[in-house]
Design a protein around this ligand. Structure first.
Ligand SMILES: Cc1ncc(COP(=O)(O)O)c(C=O)c1O
Length: 459
């Protein structure tokens, strides 16, 4: 039987090939990012403004212009529990689609919590511990991030409190247990543990919660205790930085496959897995290489495709600094679709800037179409994907089919950011035919965008 590279399914790197440095796209951006503003003064925030919430090492990474930042040994040691992650050629999916294109995927679901999220959770827990913090607070949507931070805190000996968006808390009891198994304390958000949570409950006792609300609670928790720092699982520059091990590995693995992607695809909630895969390729695109880079989002929360680029708060209660990003408005509560990790009103400022500069494009999908693609994928490649990651699968399949229709053959690479083993209630609903398709309606969008009226305008 032929065993040439064209027949191979898995492209694996040795542990010694784990990237030793993170890639910082800020050094290469064609347009400088907009400054982060203090909501009270409207002036750019300085490191001291952020110090109550984050350790200095992460604040420095947030504003660093260095193209590469060394990864400390202790972090590499923990990452090597599951990294480098495999890259697959999706032969069987290609056959199922009958496509002329080649489809590859990078699989982040092999980490202990089941997604890309621990790539930054471990780094954040490490730097907080270095600077003497003993406890971290955070929000979680789908539960993947809460699991990842609970896991990282356990391995590094920190306490952890997780505010989990109520709808996911109810939909995913096993994620809850997983977070508790690694030792974190967990509460459904909006909760009565914080002023922000109590204010939302007073107005909307049945609120399903949102990432924006849960962030408010976690920030308030951290701001009120000197032993506690806040930890965010996406959006911020340093979080995206930590994820770039994904794309660096993928570049080496595509070389093993004797291939280079025409199209690089990821799903976008806050943007961290997308950035993790895409930024090292965008480095080459900015240097002149031709690559189509596609961000996939839900039609129920179409931040990049229909939101506006504006200064907005990262949370509902307006506790965070103002950042320039694509947003649907900070009090927007997305419909309770099953891709809980994609229900966020904003997106990473670095990705927003790249969309503005025409280096990244975006598309939005309805959840029944996404689940149909997830099952086609599971039926050929075997892996049952997280609903978030299934948006990238759907984007990759749509790209392959469009290429076929145009008589072209493309090399497509997407990020399979996590498995869906804790998302079975969503699959149950899809299989029972009771999953609702929700596209954001114009009136609700106009209402939500009124929340940003009067805030500073980006240059
Ligand atoms: C598996 C998975 N993929 C993607 C996301 C979206 O987050 P991000 O856009 O930061 O990658 C999440 C968020 O929870 C997730 O759990």
């Amino acid at each position: 039987m032929a065993t040439g590279v064209a027949q191979r399914t898995k492209f694996l790197l040795d542990e010694s090939q784990l990237p030793k440095r993170w890639y910082n796209i800020r050094a290469d951006l064609p347009t400088a990012p907009q400054p982060v503003l203090h909501p009270g003064t409207g002036q750019p925030v300085g490191p001291d403004d952020l110090a109550p919430l984050f350790p200095m090492a992460l604040i420095q990474q947030e504003v660093s212009e260095e193209p590469e930042i060394a990864i400390p040994e202790e972090i590499l040691g923990i990452l090597s529990l599951w990294r480098p992650t495999p890259l697959y050629r999706a032969h069987r999916l290609e056959q199922a689609l009958g496509t002329r294109s080649r489809i590859f995927y990078k699989y982040e679901g092999v980490s202990p919590p089941g997604s890309h999220k621990p790539n930054t959770a471990v780094a954040q827990a490490y730097y907080n511990k270095q600077e003497g913090r003993t406890r971290l607070s955070t929000e979680t949507g789908a539960g993947q991030w809460g699991s990842a931070l609970s896991f990282a805190c356990r391995l590094l000996g920190l306490e952890c409190k997780v505010y989990m968006v109520k709808i996911s808390y109810e939909q995913k009891p096993s994620r809850r247990s997983m977070i508790q198994a690694w030792g974190a304390e967990i509460v459904a958000s909006p909760s009565t543990d914080t002023e922000s949570g109590r204010a939302v409950l007073a107005e909307h006792p049945d609120s399903p919660g949102s990432l924006g609300i849960a962030i408010s609670e976690a920030v308030e928790d951290a701001a009120g205790r000197p032993d506690t720092a806040y930890s965010l699982g996406s959006v911020l520059n340093h979080v995206l930085l930590h994820q770039t091990v994904i794309g660096q590995e993928a570049i080496a693995q595509m070389e093993l496959a004797d291939a280079y992607p025409d199209v690089v695809i990821g799903c976008v909630g806050g943007g961290s897995n997308f950035a993790g895969l895409a930024f090292p390729f965008l480095r080459e695109k900015i240097a002149g290489r031709e690559i189509d880079v596609l961000a996939c989002e839900p039609a129920a929360c179409p931040t990049l495709t229909r939101g506006v680029f504006a200064y907005d708060f990262g949370d509902t209660s307006k506790l965070t600094p103002l950042v320039a990003m694509h947003t649907l408005g900070h009090d927007f509560v997305p419909a309770p679709i099953h891709a809980g990790g994609l229900r966020y009103h904003g997106v990473a400022p670095l990705i927003s800037q790249l969309v503005r500069d025409g280096l990244v494009r975006a598309d939005a999908y309805l959840q029944n179409d996404v689940f149909a693609s997830a099952l086609t994928f599971a039926g050929s490649e075997g892996i049952l994907p997280a609903p978030e990651a299934a948006h990238a699968i759907h984007g990759a399949m749509a790209t392959a089919m469009a290429a076929d229709e145009a008589g072209e053959s493309k090399t497509i690479l997407f990020n399979l950011s996590g498995h869906g083993h804790f998302d079975m209630s969503a699959y149950d609903k899809y299989l029972a035919g009771t999953l609702e398709d929700v596209a954001l309606d114009e009136d609700e969008m106009a209402r939500a965008l009124r929340a940003i009226e009067g805030l500073p305008t980006p240059a």
